[in-house]
Design a protein around this ligand. Structure first.
Ligand SMILES: [Zn+2]
Length: 320
């Protein structure tokens, strides 16, 4: 394993702030392919940081015991927004800048924009495939899934199908994506998968293990690693926005769920209650509006009218 610093500045508060890259080189001079794993772009999203830990730990041991397995090159960027990670905040602290809205040209000369574009340039020069790990916000917990902008679907769906997620969600583009890492890399013809799993500020070891196995399967099936014993993975559901039912609150109050994330639910099945703690009443019983997989569930209970509570992937979805 070789360690590189791809961006650095001297913080007035102490030591240097750095983006670190761990490189596992191929056994031959010319790697068959180069893949990059990126996490921590949003500093409060820790599931990917843990997945990168699992990958680095595994790859380090594999390099020692089966170095011949490395037909391609693997680069791991475990913590690309170190200032925000240190503060457990989504945004680069002090300036409140979203690094994942700074990618590409014309985003100013701030330190956060400089770091973002140093990362983007390094990925462009050293990757054939990129996986960018994210977690959900504080409000909603998500089953492991890959989100794909539909214009990139043809290239990305076959790769995403290898990753052992519960779901692949193909959706239309929107202006908000234009300054993201995933969008800019895909536009530069470097296939980039955006993984979304769990919830921010938490680690779900079972979700992380599921995605970790998916990443090993991706490495094996793209020929980057030749694993003697690749893990078993399951095919994901493939959905578009018409195949996702969103359930929203009709009342403000406290949402208390009564069914675990990942359940297969029937139309009319109870998902939870919205309660009025002041008067001690149940204001609304939330039921599923469709048969399908409960893949998003409200975790933060304080809600207002219209707040998203759950998403169901409809049962009649196709498999890729
Ligand atoms: Zn994120």
């Amino acid at each position: 394993m070789k360690t590189y610093t791809i961006a650095s500045y001297q913080s007035p508060l102490g030591g240097p702030v750095e983006i670190i890259k761990q490189t596992f080189t191929a056994v031959k001079d010319k790697p068959v392919k180069r893949i990059a794993f990126v996490s921590g772009l949003h500093g409060d999203e820790l599931e990917g940081v843990f997945i990168c830990h699992r990958l680095t730990e595994y790859l380090r041991q594999l390099k020692e015991t089966h170095s011949q397995a490395f037909l391609g090159e693997v680069n791991v960027y475990p913590a690309v927004n170190p200032q925000a990670l240190g503060a457990a905040s989504r945004l680069w602290p002090f300036f409140s800048v979203d690094m994942n809205r700074q990618m590409g040209n014309g985003n100013g000369a701030s330190l956060a924009a400089g770091f973002s574009n140093a990362l983007l340039d390094d990925l462009k020069s050293s990757s054939d495939i990129v996986v960018d790990f994210h977690a959900s916000n504080l409000h909603l917990k998500e089953l492991p899934q890959i989100r794909i902008i539909e214009e990139f679907g043809k290239k990305l769906i076959p790769l995403a199908s290898l990753c052992n997620t519960d779901l692949i969600w193909v959706h239309p583009t929107a202006p908000v994506f234009e300054a993201t890492l995933g969008y800019n890399l895909n536009r530069a013809k470097i296939p980039t998968l955006v993984v979304e799993t769990g919830i921010c500020l938490r680690i779900h070891p079972d979700f992380c293990d599921q995605v970790f196995k998916g990443m090993l399967n991706l490495l094996h099936n793209t020929g980057i690693l030749n694993l003697p014993d690749p893990p078993e993975v399951k095919p994901p559901l493939l959905v578009n926005p018409r195949q996702v039912a969103l359930i929203q609150a009709e009342h403000s109050g406290l949402f208390v769920s009564s069914i675990p994330l990942g359940s297969w639910v029937k139309k009319g099945e109870k998902l939870g209650d919205i309660v009025d703690a002041v008067n001690g009443t149940v204001m609304e019983t939330i039921v599923s509006t469709a048969d399908g997989l409960l893949f998003t569930l409200r975790e933060q209970p304080v809600i207002y009218q219209g707040a998203p509570l759950a998403r169901i992937a409809l049962k009649e979805t196709t498999q890729p």
